[in-house]
Design a protein around this ligand. Sequence first.
Ligand code: NDP
Length: 451
Amino acid sequence: MSYDFDLITIGAGSGGVAASRRAASYGAKVAIFEGDRVGGTCVIRGCVPKKLLMYAGQYRDGFEDALGYGWSLPSSPTFDWKNLIAAKGREIDRLNRTYHNMLEKAGVTLIPSFARLIDPHTVEANGRRHTAHTLLIATGGHPVRPDVSGGDLAITSNEALELSTLPNRIIIIGAGYIAVEFAAIFNALGADVTLMVRGDGLLRGFDADVRSALSVAMQTRGVKILTGAQPAAIEQASNAFLVTTKDGAQYAADLVMAATGRAPNTSGLGLETVGVATHPRTGAVQVDLNSRTNIDSIYAVGDVTNRVSLTPVAIAEGRALAETLYNNNPMQVSYDNIPTAVFTSPPIGTVGLTEEQARAHNKTIDIYRTAFRPMKNTLSGRDERTMMKLVVDSTDDRVLGAHMVGPDAPEIIQGVAIALNCGATKKQFDRTIGLHPSAAEEFVTMRDKVS
Ligand code: NDP
């Protein structure tokens, strides 16, 4: 049986591009279908533009802190949202071109169209059929709004990155990654931000000390956090949006943003036609440890599989697949000790088990924790503390988890994640000489168990 291609990938985001390039580098004939811009959620409407906006917000701290270090500013700095969004747009355009070039250099054929499955070896796009020995679904996900009356009035992170003006008052529904990151951005850029949280606090599933440290820091910076507030309806009044919660309270703002999770992009893909199994509740494409669906020739990687929805995980899944199929190098992704960051102010870095998870696994653990005023905050007078924590297995001394809220936490935790993946013990952390003066050195100098 001969096919047009060895591999057809649907979706040119992080996972699809990684798999396609790696496969092509081993000589596979690859086509990738993308009906939107190349780069996917992370590059076009996620991690990258979000982080650029976060940098914009950090200048506020810089201006404020500079005074304590002998600087005086000629006049109060002003900020222009339109200029920021335009500059961000230019950078995303550049990255989009870079992705095009990368695919071209790798010898991957980019077909700028959405595609749908016709049979286990065929896709259709613009009325034309294309065949391949292997099909890869890498279509990512999209934000979901709460299913309440007027839910459609809320913007999502997609629109938040393209707003023509910065709102004066914004209500953000949710308490996950996207909610807290955008709350931090809008707050830093001058908006009045309210986080509407249905649970008891921010970032459910994170270590309790991380959650409370972030909560304190955000509230000190002026973000209002409403807990136990479940939205029941959103409506548009003459000069504001009104959000009514289940208990009948009403809150007004110029803009409402839903950051209430994401769902896999599966509609219109023809999955039912071909019989690709999806998860009954989430709709995610179901795969095994090799990213293979129930149909032998069809694979899926990244957010569409709803395993761990993080860019580096999608990339690792895509590369592992290409290694397995095209380099005779069978590879599976390890989902242990995946470090993750939340780009708030201050940011969070975390890897491994939280204290709560370790206890739930019946581990006997020791907890080391420190909270201190970072050196930069001395002269600036900024009243914000850094929190760092280690969760250690007391039976074999292995470090099970490392958590930090404070400047540079994401940069620091990436290195600590290597140690955890090597199975490092607390003694080995302690034997490591600290890098002075830094906050990072606290991870190798924590001596006293707090519990
Ligand atoms: P999350 O799953 O992280 O958070 C969703 C939030 O919305 C939770 O607080 C949830 O509450 C709340 N929620 C869900 N439904 C409702 C509802 N009907 N009414 C009120 N609140 C609701 O999703 P995000 O959208 O923040 O992010 C999606 C994923 O994207 C993340 O899980 C992450 O994998 C990835 N991401 C990673 C980033 C990073 O690495 N820095 C940045 C941004 C996204 P509850 O907790 O009670 O369920």
